[in-house]
Design a protein. Structure first.
Length: 262
């Protein structure tokens, strides 16, 4: 990264803050995006989703989540403790594409061989997180695109951080095609057991680069460490770790009562 560290922003001339593996860098001074791998400006549309939930509101969301649902320990809200919170704007590519799958195969699960063939067309706004090896539940997260705005650094709170992408839009499109192809096959597997033909024709309409805010909340309960992810725009819990039920007799009956009677 020795050469990359000397790269300056094409927009304002400020030095770009680079980290190993990052490819698409957003200048922290003027907000200009730059593709380090190609040495060119980043021309695709760059948007940001505003943060509507501050730390106080996010704590309320987590406490409400802890108190709801029948599979959580009854004393979770009272016995848990939030140990750390962090707001991060994650980089996503939204690939708008149309795909037509031409298929031919047979349906065998009910006995015999019933031929099935035809075409299946779908339109997708497919999400690709621009970070490699991340465990973020991208498929479970619905980006609130209706609230998007042109990227503006003033929309990022001072205590928050934003991550740069580790690959560009071409890699994102390739990844989206692989995932969409698998999804198309999954949909068709409801009616086809053996494929003789499975061809996909992609027509990409647009690719957009979006930074979206996510709260990460770490908490402890009964000497265990857990985590909750919250959409900082809508306040919805994306995913949350649920501790195992209270193993004591009293805890068992208390949890049983809650699951039955609410």
């Amino acid at each position: 990264m020795g050469i990359a560290e000397k790269v300056k922003c094409e927009g304002c001339g400020a030095p770009l803050d680079l980290k190993a593996g990052e490819v698409v860098i957003t200048c922290e001074y003027c907000g200009t995006a730059f593709n380090i791998a190609s040495g060119e400006d980043f021309f695709i549309k760059h948007s940001i989703i505003p943060c509507n939930y501050d730390e106080t509101k996010c704590r309320e969301v987590v406490k409400h989540w802890m108190a709801s649902g029948g599979i959580k320990p009854t004393n979770l809200p009272a016995a848990s403790k939030i140990t750390d919170m962090g707001l991060t704007f994650l980089p996503f590519y939204v690939v708008h594409t149309n795909v037509t799958t031409i298929y031919d195969g047979v349906f065998t699960r009910t006995g015999g061989q019933k031929p099935r063939n035809g075409q299946m067309h779908r339109e997708y706004y497919w999400k690709i997180l621009g970070r490699r090896g991340s465990k973020f539940p991208t498929k479970e997260y619905e980006i609130p695109l209706r609230g998007k705005e042109d990227f503006n650094l003033s929309k990022i709170p001072p205590t928050a951080k934003y991550l740069n992408a580790e690959f560009d839009e071409k890699d994102a499109e390739d990844l989206a095609r692989v995932e969409i192809q698998d999804h198309q096959k999954f949909l068709l597997s409801q009616q086809i057991d053996q494929f003789n033909k499975f061809d996909n024709d992609f027509e990409t309409e647009d690719i957009e680069f979006v930074h979206a805010p996510i709260w990460r909340i770490d908490y402890t309960y009964n000497k265990g460490d857990y985590q909750v992810l919250v959409d900082a725009t809508t306040g919805e819990v994306i995913r949350g770790d649920i501790p195992p039920p209270d193993a004591s007799v009293g805890g068992f009956f208390s949890d049983l009562k809650k699951s039955i009677f609410g």
